[in-house]
Ligand binder design. Sequence first.
Ligand SMILES: O=C(O)CCC(=O)C(=O)O
Length: 264
Amino acid sequence: MCITERKFLDTEEVTNLRKALEQDKTLEDNYYTRDDGDGYQAKTANWNHPVDDITGMIGRSEKAVGTMEKLLGGEVYQYHAKVIMKEPFTGGAFVWHQDYGYWYVYGNLFPDMATVWIAVDRADKTNGCLQILPGSHRAGRIEHVKVGDQAGAEPERVEFLAKVCPLTYVQLDPGDAVIFHCNLVHRSDQNHSQNRRWAYLVCYNRASNDPVYKHHYPNYTPLIKVQNSRIKECGTREPTEGKLFFQGPKRERDPAIEVLERKA
Ligand SMILES: O=C(O)CCC(=O)C(=O)O
């Protein structure tokens, strides 16, 4: 399952989101990187619960949560949110993977999970837009192996899947979004261009799929939906309380990578 929603955020909303992210110094203080096996790294700032800034309003908005409830078949909660900052010339790649390649290891019993990926800057082939194998979520969870600092889907299986689910580049304008299931196989290239490629992602889990292991992402926490109009009302205001980041400058180890290292 993968749905592209053009203008998921309108021009005013995405302009405010971009400004709010650019002025949020906590992202710079808390981002971490994962080597792509080639020495390049994309910066990711990753936090748990929605706060009362524009990122939280988007994550709690009727248009995001309502869609997820329909797709996942019931109540959902925010599993985490993140900003992926692929900087000009230096931004690293993400290797072929399924998000459930990680989230399974964290103790989510069912793949009742999905992500809304929102373009903050234009994302195209030149700056490392998302690449997907459409329909690949139907393959179920694929074995993952360690690639650089990342968990990568087993390469031979990806090769076979790519023959029946031909690779598609998801080129998006600012404000466009793609909503995809946690078993969708996806990747993205390094950014060798002069154009920044930032994206804001909110990941959801079904309320009934409360993870059985305690880990860095939260257990079920009720999500209070808000009307879409709250996104604009919020503007670029700073949150009244800080985001609870997963990893600070002193990077914690990812449990999914540790499992793959033990297997190797
Ligand atoms: O934004 C990207 O390029 C890919 C991000 C991704 O695959 C992820 O966060 O799991």
